[in-house]
Ligand binder design. Structure first.
Ligand code: B3K
Ligand code: ZN
Length: 874
């Protein structure tokens, strides 16, 4: 496969002003008639070159130029390119292709899912539908006519407004859609099926009525309310916070079962993975409700950050993704608890994005090269990209940031632009110089801040020294220091916030500051400090960096109960738990667990005056994945044992507090997805899980009762998981059977049922995993099913995956090879755990490497898997 470089970007030689499409949909395939108005791009210096169109898996039926059919000598069809020329400066091109959606297992382009036709064009799926300049800087106005059997496909959808419809012969019908906004072809969408329609309306700030419609399979008709409400909240929020109003008269959401990722922001016609949009109290967990709200918002926000202003090329992907993730996380923070939302985002970032940034696929937020763009829909582009926007927000402050985003939308409306254009708008609006800040887009790797301090008691000066370094990553060495906003505070002995005087005389000093790091080393002096303070560093996680400072356990405990920054209070608890667990990795069985950890957790569980949402988060021990990320040469089974040891120790010591916590948080009143109720359920279910870890008989009874009687999925599945992860084997199989019998007709719930088992070290050893793959509800063609078994096993059942005999690695290699032929995008994602083989202790890493070499040697490896495997072995 070829590598594509940002440095080789050239403006398109030809532009396409309008696209006129006609789809004839049949059971054995689809005929696509495409008519393009093409003209030479005045900004290109390419001259009178032939026209090159992209294609993939297309059967070409005919080509005509200005109405005159072309013969074989007038064009060259290479399969992935259709080359036509010489061509005039302006002309009409008509192309007819035949495609087979019913055989499309890659789920790119047009395909079928549970009997309906649907499409996915980002990044390069439109070329699987017709020959076209498939790049985001070619923006066109689309008109789409869809024809299909009226009985089987009563609903025919595409982007924009439906302008005409009617009946045809043979029981067929057609609908014509027109999208007035020019768009890149990756935002094209088509849906045809037998779907029910749910309607609502939204009145915009300027008083326009927007028609909101959801289309789902009839069995899902009762699962739309939450998404619809989330959509309306998103529309209101984007008007209030960013001044962005919706622009079309209709906004549609469609749910499909077979989908490679979460959802897609096609103009006016968002398509969702069913699991990211459908919810009811009985079938979806609190986590799912929150995820749905965030994803609905994310896709909606793309209408401005992505669609009205789009990306010039795919190296700029974070322009829309980083900004939109930042926007959706602000939205979620506003809808619930900002501290809890921050904790969740940072947990994901530090566990998974830091691992990516330290692994073989490390790449900058704006990559300089790629082989397969689908491999770059990463945590770095999305989550680190959002952190980069967040740092601009922190540096500029809310008002200047809003001025900057207004300028960006105004200046670039209707254009395809770069991350640099975004930063420039922020600079121009605020007058700030962000030239050094741009390194965040160019340099890969997680910066490390090494902090040391000294206290000069005679002069009352506290001195803080911060050194930064950015680690080497593949293809990038000797990096420059970055511009880092570093928020901090200092606490006195009684937990009070000390004024931060950077000059000896200054009055009215603030108790929190955002220091700006730009050099390799900075020393800050704080004056008028009368005792050695405890530093609270990187408050609210003001930059995506690692902080190294030699906190004592006493200091961690102190911050855990006194830091006014909720995020840092949580983080101090995490750091303490990490420290305790790490000290027990490989230690003798009877090595003691620090009693101060038990005391701290006792305080958290028992003190109901604390913010219960924060407490619910603080009670979660650091995950195995995070502990692995922090380790130098990870021995996963040893980490697993140490963590389990601490958890059991806590559960035994706090048994009566856990039972009391469970009872205190028993629900009263009707189920609601509010921050308060979510926190109560989380506390209660954590208590339950811990009790079952120590085979507590009372815990077992509570769990069985909760499993039978609960009126919502959060409680039911928490009880199920707690029992599955316990030593009560008879109960385990009974509740699993009962759960399946109850929910077998609901694919979204069956996926959860698969994943509870596949991620459990009790129920998800290899023989059981093989049995799940043979289960009648399992389907290799459905990405959600593959993720819920194979993905959950390799990504969450870490001790089983890292079985010292290497069987987990071989298993994953087999499944990746099998999927590589049918769905390379999913195969390339699944292989990730193996690609990080260098991270693990030698006996593990050798076996992981062997497994990945076996994948490398598979015949006809897809470009997707080829790229990640070769980069991992380089
Ligand atoms: N833009 C899509 C992701 C497309 C992934 C293509 N492989 C969803 C989103 O980020 O909103
Ligand atoms: Zn997105």
């Amino acid at each position: 496969p070829q590598t594509i470089y940002l440095s080789e970007y050239r403006v398109p030689a030809y532009l396409v002003d309008t696209v006129d499409l006609r789809f004839e949909l049949f059971e054995n395939g689809a005929r696509v008639h495409s008519t393009l108005e093409v003209r030479r791009n005045p900004e290109s210096d390419a001259g009178e070159v032939p026209l090159e169109l992209d294609g993939d898996s297309l059967i070409l039926e005919s080509v005509a130029l200005n109405g005159a059919p072309l013969g074989d000598a007038d064009f060259e069809n290479r399969g992935d390119k259709l080359i036509i020329g010489p061509v005039p400066a302006k002309f009409e091109l008509s192309v007819v292709t035949w495609i087979e959606p019913q055989n499309n297992t890659r789920l790119e382009g047009l395909y079928k899912s549970s009997g309906m036709f649907c499409s996915q064009c980002e990044a390069e799926g439109f070329r699987c539908i017709t020959f076209f300049p498939d790049r985001p800087d070619v923006m066109s106005r689309f008109r789409t006519r869809i024809e299909a059997d009226k009985g089987a496909y009563p609903i025919l959808l595409s982007n924009g407004n439906d302008v005409d419809r009617g009946d045809l012969d043979d029981g067929r019908h057609y609908v014509i859609w027109e999208d007035p906004f020019p768009k890149p072809c990756y935002l094209f969408a088509l849906v045809a099926g037998d779907l029910v329609e749910k309607r609502d309306t939204f009145k915009t700030g300027s008083g326009r009525d927007i028609d909101l419609r959801m289309y789902v399979e009839p069995r899902n008709a009762e699962k739309c309310d939450h998404a619809m409400d989330s959509l309306k909240r998103s529309m209101r929020w984007d008007e209030e916070v960013y001044g962005r109003e919706y622009d079309l008269d209709i906004f549609m959401i469609v749910a499909v079962d077979d989908f490679n990722m979460g959802a897609m922001e096609n103009k006016g016609l968002n398509i969702f993975n069913s699991s990211c949009v459908l919810a009811s109290q009985e079938t979806a967990t609190d986590l799912a409700f929150q995820r749905i709200e965030a994803i609905v918002a994310h896709e909606y926000f793309h209408n401005w950050s992505g669609n009205r202003v789009t990306c010039r090329d795919w190296f700029q992907l974070s322009l829309k993704e980083g900004f939109t993730v930042f926007r959706d996380s602000q939205f979620s923070a506003d809808m619930g608890s900002p501290t809890v939302k921050r904790i969740e985002d940072v947990t994901l970032l530090r566990t998974a994005q830091f691992a990516e940034d330290g692994g073989p696929m490390a790449h900058p937020v704006r990559p300089a090269s790629y082989m397969e763009i689908s491999n770059f829909y990463t945590l770095t582009i999305y989550e680190k990209g959002a952190e980069v926007v967040r740092m601009i927000y922190t540096l500029l402050g809310p008002d200047m940031f809003r001025k900057g985003s207004d300028l960006y939308f105004e200046r670039h409306d209707g254009q395809a632009v770069t991350t640099d254009d975004f930063v420039k708008a922020m600079e121009d609006a605020s007058g700030r110089d962000l030239s050094q800040f741009r390194l965040w887009y160019e340099q890969a790797g997680t910066p490390v801040l090494s902090v040391s301090d000294e206290y000069d008691s005679e002069r009352g000066i506290y001195r803080l020294t911060v050194e930064q370094s950015v680690p080497d990553t593949p293809g990038q060495k000797a990096k420059k220091p970055q511009h880092i906003p570093f928020a901090l505070g200092l606490l006195g002995a009684r937990g009070e916030s000390l004024p931060l005087r950077l000059e000896p005389e200054s009055q009215d000093a603030p108790t929190e500051r955002v220091l700006e790091l730009t050099d390799t080393c900075h020393t800050f002096e704080f004056h008028g400090i009368n005792e050695r303070p405890v530093p609270s560093l990187l408050r609210d996680f003001s930059a995506p960096v690692r902080v190294r400072y030699s906190w004592t356990r006493e200091q961690m405990l102190f911050l855990m109960s006194h830091d006014p920054d909720g995020f840092n209070r949580w983080d101090a608890g995490q750091r303490l738990a990490v420290d305790v667990i790490q000290s027990l990795v490989g230690a003798p069985k009877d090595a003691p667990v620090d009693a101060r950890l038990v005391a701290a957790y006792r305080q958290l569980i028992s003190d109901s005056s604390l913010d219960q949402a924060l407490v619910a988060k603080m009670l979660q021990l650091p995950s195995e994945a995070y502990l692995i990320e922090l380790a130098e040469s990870a021995d996963v089974p040893a980490i697993h044992k140490a963590r389990e040891r601490v958890l059991k120790h806590l559960a035994i010591a706090l048994r009566s507090e856990l039972v009391a916590c469970y009872r205190r948080n028993l629900e009263e009143g009707a189920y609601q997805v509010t921050p308060d109720q979510i926190a109560r359920r989380s506390l209660r279910n954590t208590a339950l899980a811990w009790l079952l870890q120590i085979n507590d008989e009372e815990g077992r009874e509570l769990a069985l009762r909760q499993f039978k009687e609960s009126d919502n999925m959060t409680d039911r599945i928490s009880a199920l998981r707690a029992l599955v992860n316990s030593d009560y084997e008879a109960d385990r199989s009974e509740v699993l059977t009962d759960f399946y019998a109850r929910f077998q007709d609901d694919p979204q719930v069956v996926e959860q049922w698969f994943s509870v088992q596949a991620s459990s070290d009790r129920a998800g050893q290899l023989p059981e995993i093989h049995a799940l793959l043979e289960h009648k509800a399992f389907d290799w063609k459905n990405p959600n099913k593959v993720r819920s078994v194979v993905g959950a096993f390799a990504g969450q059942n870490l001790a089983a995956f890292h079985n010292p005999d290497g069987s987990g690695y071989d298993f994953l290699a087999d499944q990746v090879c099998r999927l590589d032929d049918s769905n390379p995008q999913i195969a390339a994602r699944l292989v990730t755990p193996l690609t990080r083989w260098r991270k693990f202790a030698p006996s593990y890493s050798n076996r992981m490497k062997a497994a990945i070499e076996r994948i490398r040697d598979k015949p006809d490896l897809s470009r997707d898997v080829y790229e990640v495997v070769h980069k991992s072995l380089a």
